[in-house]
Design a protein around this ligand. Structure first.
Ligand SMILES: *[C@@H]1O[C@H](CO)[C@@H](O)[C@H](O)[C@H]1NC(C)=O
Ligand SMILES: *[C@@H]1O[C@H](CO)[C@@H](O)[C@H](O)[C@H]1NC(C)=O
Ligand SMILES: *[C@@H]1O[C@H](CO)[C@@H](O)[C@H](O)[C@H]1NC(C)=O
Length: 176
């Protein structure tokens, strides 16, 4: 009877992965709906003072060019998604932290934070331990905060523009 077992487990694992990806794609779709250009402009620019900036770490400015470079270094797609997720969770918390509860962007930013939290939970369930070491290093730097890292002042809308461009790069293939 032993011989029938391994393919069965393999089948269960594949089903698990597919279910996880579907769940991930649903969260990405929700993010996409909330991060349209019009909403980014309204909530992250018009509702802020002119030329307003948020201080972030250098590593938190994650652009399409970074992803291209990391792909050239054969960093896995899973690691890239984990990097994007970790960076943007932090970025959103930093934007949220400068808002009072009655600010018109407060709830919008909170909703985005929650969606990223859901995505992070998915990663904890399925993907732990598979992240490239150098990406893990960058993520730890971002999470442990400002020790030794240079800061950059960036407009909130520019941060979310990066978030959307990279999201598109990472998910447009696997979440149609
Ligand atoms: C905003 O930044 C632009 C470009 O740096 C500058 O020309 C403009 O005077 C700034 N506006 C204010 C109100 O500080
Ligand atoms: C992204 O690229 C910039 C330079 O363009 C670099 O300073 C930064 O460290 C890179 N970030 C990551 C996470 O690789
Ligand atoms: C990435 O992988 C390709 C194909 O496996 C290989 O040719 C290339 O040398 C690798 N690049 C790096 C930077 O490891």
């Amino acid at each position: 009877m032993q011989w029938g077992y391994a393919p069965f487990l393999y089948f269960v694992a594949v089903l698990g992965l597919e279910a996880a990806m579907q769940k991930e794609c649903r969260i990405i779709e929700a993010l996409q709906n909330k991060l349209t250009y019009r909403q980014r402009l309204q909530y992250m620019k018009h509702y802020f003072p002119i030329n307003y900036t948020v201080n972030v770490q250098f590593e938190e400015v994650l652009k399409a060019a970074n992803i291209t470079r990391l792909r050239d270094q054969n960093v896995s797609e899973l690691s890239l998604r984990y990097l994007w997720l970790s960076v943007n969770s932090q970025v959103l918390l930093k934007i949220w932290a400068v808002l009072l509860e009655r600010h018109p962007s407060w709830e919008y930013t909170q909703d985005l934070c929650h969606l990223f939290e859901q995505l992070a939970e998915e990663y904890e369930n399925y993907n732990q331990g598979n992240v490239d070491a150098n990406v893990q290093g960058v993520v730890e730097q971002v999470l442990t905060g400002d020790a030794g890292s240079s800061q950059k002042a960036v407009p909130p809308k520019a941060l979310l523009d990066n978030c959307v461009k990279v999201m598109w790069l990472l998910y447009s293939e696997s979440c149609k």
